[in-house]
Design a binder for this molecule. Sequence first.
Ligand code: UT7
Length: 322
Amino acid sequence: MIGIKVIGLGKSIPTRCVTNNEIASLVDTSDEWIKTRTGIEKRHIAVTETTHELATRSALEALKDSNLEAEALDLVIVATVSADTAMPSTASLVAKAIGANHATCFDLSAACSGFIFASEVAMSLMKQSGYQNALVIGAEVLSSRLDWTDRGTCVIFGDGAGAVIYQISHEENQVLSIEIGTDPQGAELICLPIQTEKNTFFKGEIKRPVISMNGRQVYAFSTSKVPTSIMQVISRGQIKVEDIDWFILHQANSRIIDSVAQRLDVPKERFFKNISEYGNTSAASIPMALYDVKNQLKSGDKVILCGFGAGLTWGTMLLEWH
Ligand code: UT7
């Protein structure tokens, strides 16, 4: 048998915390609206930190947690849509900083589902190519990609990074089932154009490199696709929804999480939330949430991780915690 274990977790957030009231001094919104419509009370915003620095800090903590030397890492994948550079990859910069000199490194873009996509890719490579240890990071500084005059987006996002180290095991398997998917018909519902210097001959429209989102339609997608994907993964794992101890969903909106709990007919208490503290940190949100809930997890607990977002993408993973 070739199984996969989680052997280390890490997290890093920028120092500066920005409250809803501070945002209300920039755009026409209020603490009350943001709290009731999203569950967000504050978020951390990078003032000096960069995406690869946050990613590196989370990686160093995950290495310490796993008692693994960086030299033992075979693979580093960073899920991000807010890399500091298109090249080198964030993963290469992280590997350089931590001394992962034998690792194959690349970034992966699947927005808020990025961590689950990167985990699926890492685990497939581990099983097929013999990599023993893989570091998967979700890291974002989306504050640098926001239109700070657009109240529909600037109130939602926050910055941070979370890291997980996976290891091949011949004795146990913690990843019981996983699925990732895309609905390209909704591709334009959340957009982030890339900032480029257009060539002298370019005659097309130059788009601003900031996030735009059709919140209502993405909300409708999330609340219908997430329960379906969770049920699919649970049935593949040959267990029942009532056997799941923890649901760790992408922290996009507290109301989306409550709606999924209701649709699955599962008590809300089994759905972990830290959105009030960090807002929506896109690809970083699931590994950050896993890090925050880890002290409450017991050996044998069944845990669902589920991401959803731009693409439109979704990804769900069923873990048995040890
Ligand atoms: O992470 C990737 C996946 N992303 C998601 O899953 C996000 C999904 N969408 C959402 O979470 C929600 O749609 C939002 C939080 C983005 C917006 O909440 P909503 O309840 O769907 O608001 P809405 O867009 O339907 O707007 C309702 C009203 C509008 O006013 P009118 O037209 O009813 O007068 C908006 O202009 O709320 C207004 N509004 C605001 N008011 C105060 C929109 N944003 C704000 C704001 N403050 N920040």
